[in-house]
Design a protein around this ligand. Structure first.
Ligand SMILES: [Zn+2]
Length: 115
C-alpha cells in the first residue's frame, strides 16, 4: 500500500486484504516494465467488482469483492503481465486484514466512488 493512499478492504477469492482504494488510488501492477520501471497499468481495467459490507467486532466495513481473476489480483498484475515471466518491481502490496488492528478509516460508511 502506498504511504499516501487511502486504504480499502478487499476480498480476493475469499480472503480479506487491505489495499489501495480502488476508486481513488487504483491498484497498480507491480511488474517491472520494459522501461525498467514499475508497470503503470492497473490491475482493474474497468469496474469488474462491487462493494459489499462485512460486519466486524469494530463495526461495518465496506469491501470490494473480487470474485473474477482473484489470483491475478493477489499477484497484483495487469492483464499484460498476468502469467508473464517478467520480474516484479516490488512485492504485491496486500496486507492481511485484521479487524482488531485495521486502520480506523476503514470503518463506517465510505464516500461515494468517483466512477
Ligand atoms: Zn503490468
Amino acid at each position: 500500500m502506498s504511504e499516501s493512499g487511502t486504504p480499502a478492504l478487499y476480498c480476493l477469492g475469499g480472503s480479506f486484504f487491505i489495499g489501495p482504494d480502488p476508486a481513488r488510488d487504483g491498484v497498480q501492477c507491480v511488474a517491472l516494465a520494459k522501461t525498467r520501471k514499475r508497470c503503470r497499468r492497473w490491475v482493474e481495467y474497468g469496474q469488474t467488482s462491487f462493494f459489499e459490507t462485512l460486519q466486524t467486532v469494530r463495526g461495518d466495513v465496506d469491501f470490494y469483492n473480487v470474485t473474477q481473476d482473484s489470483r491475478r489480483w493477489r499477484e497484483q498484475h495487469c492483464t499484460v503481465h498476468d502469467g508473464s515471466d517478467a520480474e516484479d518491481f516490488c512485492s504485491p502490496e496486500w496486507e492481511p486484514f485484521d479487524a482488531e488492528a485495521a486502520p480506523e478509516s476503514l470503518f463506517g460508511s465510505r464516500p461515494a466512488p468517483a466512477w
